[in-house]
Write a protein that binds this ligand. Structure first.
Ligand SMILES: Cc1ncc(COP(=O)(O)O)c(C=O)c1O
Length: 470
């Protein structure tokens, strides 16, 4: 019988050498043997395909067990035409604003589904944004942690350095078709704000970005970017001076200007049709990732994970995997503790209520009002969450976990130092969860959505964790 080396087999199967070695270690390649410290693989050995990896499993059951849903047709049913995912979502707005949102929904259904719009957006994604973004296998990090293999979907390499531009370009293109002159947006970490400023420059529109004063200080590099790009940054000084108040202020401005302006919402939240639109503009992440991961490894990952603020990068990543036997985990911010005001773990700790015009899970005070949210990551400190996440949690298809500030900071430095990739502190929450799993599992693969790059966080991290720089 003819035998091939690991290198030859990796070429034959079209997967990387590291993956072949993992399959060998897991004894999943028939007839393979070790001779003089070299693996030899029978030339005709079948490629192990898409079998769930045995060993110490993190989740006992199949991810689809007990979930009575046909996920192949899920998108046709959810959301409903009035924007509901189960009982979550909907639209709770004053009459005049409802009219404006209806116009957006109608425009979305007619314009954004037209062949011309789709072709224009595809062109923008390819030549302006640089899509598809790659999948990267973190060999150093995986080796450091043990035998679980960690992979990243590199949204940090999307133009602008975060996933936010996928959505901003889609909504801004719709604004252009609707004849609007100005884009209005809220921002937390500034990633969405700079994405909207880029979109405004690209389409020749005016641009007003509302941002909490605390976030402006924490995310100063993004404030500068918005200004360089020609956007106006409007500071918000009320409440906790963070994302929740920025949303309030942006809504107020839009209510006055809706005839000539378009509200570019930055996450999978808000009244109908925003959770639907944002999901559809972000689902490119998971569509690409699923195909790329299969091409790279020959199978599906055991776990797919992403951080959840409002939930746009997560829903974009998860959607393509819902119908697959893959564990899906959204990662929220546990901040510095479980008490109200110390975290943004909305699904873990929140209760159902209407906030900012939609029904979902929200962190609540004892009197039933929306509580303050906090996270080291400005992009995660929103007290609500997208209605589709509340729904996927309720039906048990997606699990939601929470990661503390310090765990996220550890992941931030580990990835930077082991792989030369500085992750956004938001994305570091998903990475920290993957690191936690890798430490407790014997084998398997985890695909993390690296939603953005961490340049915007460096000054803040230098100040907050000075001991890491000695
Ligand atoms: C890099 C990055 N990742 C994630 C998020 C969280 O937003 P979402 O949950 O909508 O993906 C933000 C928000 O600003 C962000 O900047």
């Amino acid at each position: 019988m003819k035998y091939l080396t690991v290198n030859e087999m990796s070429k034959k199967w079209g997967i990387n050498e590291r993956r072949v070695r993992v399959l060998l270690k897991e004894k999943r390649i028939e007839g393979a043997k070790l001779e003089n410290h070299k693996y030899l693989i029978p030339e005709n050995a079948p490629k192990p395909l898409d079998r769930r990896i045995k060993g110490q499993r993190l989740f006992e059951d199949s991810p689809l067990k007990g979930v009575d849903f046909d996920f192949k047709n899920y998108r046709k049913q959810y959301p409903t035409s009035d924007g509901y995912f189960g009982r979550f979502g909907g639209s709770f707005l004053p009459k005049n604003l409802q009219k404006a949102f209806d116009e957006i929904y109608y425009g979305y259904l007619t314009i954004a589904k037209s062949a011309k719009f789709i072709a224009e957006l595809r062109e923008i994604r390819k030549n302006y944004q640089g899509r598809p973004t790659p999948i990267y296998h973190c060999q150093n990090l995986s080796n450091y942690l043990g035998s679980v293999q960690i992979y990243l979907k590199r949204e940090d390499l999307n133009h602008g350095g975060a996933h936010k531009l996928n959505n901003a370009m889609g909504q801004a293109l719709l604004a252009k078709y609707l004849g609007k002159k100005k884009l209005i947006a809220e921002t937390g970490a500034g990633s969405h704000g700079s994405a909207v400023a880029m979109a405004a420059a690209y389409f020749g529109l005016e641009c007003d970005i509302y941002m909490g004063a605390v976030d402006m200080e924490k995310q100063a590099p993004n404030v500068a970017r918005i200004k360089v790009l020609g956007g106006n940054v409007i500071p918000v000084y009320s409440g906790t001076k963070t994302l929740k108040e920025a949303v309030d202020a942006a809504f107020e401005a839009y209510a006055k200007e809706y005839k000539t302006a378009f509200y570019v919402l930055g996450s999978a939240v808000g009244p109908h049709p925003y959770p639907l639109m944002v999901r559809d503009f972000q689902d490119i992440i998971g569509i690409e990732a699923k195909q790329q991961f299969k091409e790279m490894t020959g199978e599906l990952p055991d776990i797919v994970t992403a951080c959840v603020g409002g939930g746009s990068n997560a829903i974009g990543m998860f959607e393509a995997f819902l119908e697959e036997p893959v564990n899906i985990v959204g990662v929220e911010a546990m901040g510095s503790g479980r008490e109200i005001g110390k975290n943004a773990a909305t699904i873990t700790l929140g209760k159902e209520m209407v906030l900012h015009g939609f029904n979902s899970l929200v962190i609540q005070n004892k009197d039933g009002t929306a509580g303050d949210a906090y996270s080291i990551a400005s992009g995660l400190d929103y007290p609500g969450v997208g209605p589709e996440h509340a729904f996927l949690h309720e039906i048990g298809r997606v699990k939601y976990e929470a990661i503390s500030d310090d765990e996220a900071a550890e992941a931030f430095f580990l990835l930077s130092r082991l792989e030369g990739i500085i992750p956004a502190i938001e994305s570091s929450h998903a990475l920290a969860y993957a690191i936690k799993c890798a430490r407790s599992m014997k084998s398997g693969s985890i695909l993390v959505c690296l939603s953005g790059r961490g340049d915007k966080d460096m000054d803040f991290m230098l100040k907050k964790y000075p001991h890491m720089f000695k």
